[in-house]
Ligand binder design. Sequence first.
Ligand SMILES: [Zn+2]
Ligand SMILES: [Zn+2]
Length: 351
Amino acid sequence: MPNSMLAVRFYKPGELRAEQVPIPEPGPGELIVKSAVALTCGTDVKMYRRGHPLAKQPQIMGHEFAGTVTSVGTGVENFKVGMRVVSANSAPCGKCFYCLMHQPNLCEHLNESIIGFSWPGAYAEYVRIPERIIRQNTFEVPDGVALEEVASLEPLACVVHGWDLIHQIPGGIAVIIGGGPIGLLHAQLARLNGAKKVVLCDVVEDRLQEAPKVGVDVTINSAKEDLRGRILDLTEGRGADVVVEAVGRSETWESAPSLARKGGTVLLFGGCPTGTAVSFDAEKIHYGELHVQGAFHHTPVAVERSFRLIVSGQVAIRPLISHEMPLEKAREALELMGSGKALKIVLRPPN
Ligand SMILES: [Zn+2]
Ligand SMILES: [Zn+2]
């Protein structure tokens, strides 16, 4: 086996380098996985453009991937060389205040080993998986399930966790703001949670074209149409039962409550840049008794459920993938995704 591999490392905002680095060795409880696919993610685009508070520099980027086990650390019992596996990008410690409060997505020690940020990532031929992730958030991929689909485990887990925090809406109307990969996942979770009508809006016409493939009933181009007027028309003047913000901009955060009905839920899912302040109409939230809910990251329960949703085909991943490129083109891939002209891009390491 060679002792170096291709990896794409983040040096500073706007600077990525495809270069040779040593192939990692597994520590106790760890695995080395030969990555077959890595996916681009909106968070990677953000990190490439403006850096990330948790990212070491330089750091191998990438946190959505799947591949084949090539080396097993001491003490690992459930995984063997040759198995096809997928992992989430992190796992909680299980011992801190938040873990004991059953809020493991807020674990105080999450940041110690997040793949692609504080831990070397998946834009590489081989990925070393931390022990905590092997124990809690790694799965063998069944035959017949494509690795590029199951590699979306992490973003789906975040979306599933968001819906775990929402009041159930059997028969309700859900509005998703943002038609990127995350918005397309929220649309599917809305349906699985009992929405009778799913509405998706975006300002990019091309993105709205993908929406019917994931079961969206109504698309609205909010650059051309009066979004609030359309939502009120669709809901007998009441507003939506659930509104999900899946963009991460102050304007869309601020408009989300105005689309919800009295007693409805607003899930603020998209992360805004650090230091962003937003303002809301207090009357709408108080007298309208809105549930305004933030959501961050995922829990092991959400990760496992996401794995099952992908493997069983209940959530479609193909419509989220628009391009495929060799790994060394990661920079071009992130530029393309950031321009809004691509959804997720599959990056393939050399064989
Ligand atoms: Zn991601
Ligand atoms: Zn913890």
